[in-house]
Write a new protein. Structure first.
Length: 115
């Protein structure tokens, strides 16, 4: 069953990768990795554009919304977010799913960060 997605979100990053401190801009992506034992596997990562460090990741045999939710949960749980955060993705279906948008919105409200 394919998960329902939201409309495309505006490109807030707009090729401006500059930051003044950590946790202002994050970029996320999924890497497809072909393995001999398990066939295709998927690595979801989130990078902070200021530190250039991977601040969240998850690995799975399936490429689905749960994969990116685990990655996002890890990043949000382990970072101090003060102020506005731009979370940039390629707007694939995993990132534009209604459950992903709801998770992100609820998580940021709990941390009192601006969306």
């Amino acid at each position: 069953m394919k998960e329902e997605t939201t409309q495309d979100q505006p490109n807030l990053l707009n090729q401006d990768f500059s930051t003044n401190e950590i946790n202002q801009k994050w970029c996320a992506d999924i890497t497809y990795i072909e393995t001999q034992a398990d066939g295709w596997c998927y690595l979801s990562t989130i990078m902070d554009l200021h530190s250039k460090m991977i601040i969240g990741y998850s690995f799975s045999k399936t490429v689905d919304t749960d994969l990116v939710l685990r990655t996002l949960d890890w990043a949000i749980s382990n970072q101090t977010i003060n102020g506005q955060l731009i979370f940039h993705t390629d707007q694939g279906t995993q990132y534009t799913s209604k459950s992903c948008l709801k998770f992100y919105t609820n998580s940021m409200k709990k941390r009192e960060a601006q969306l």
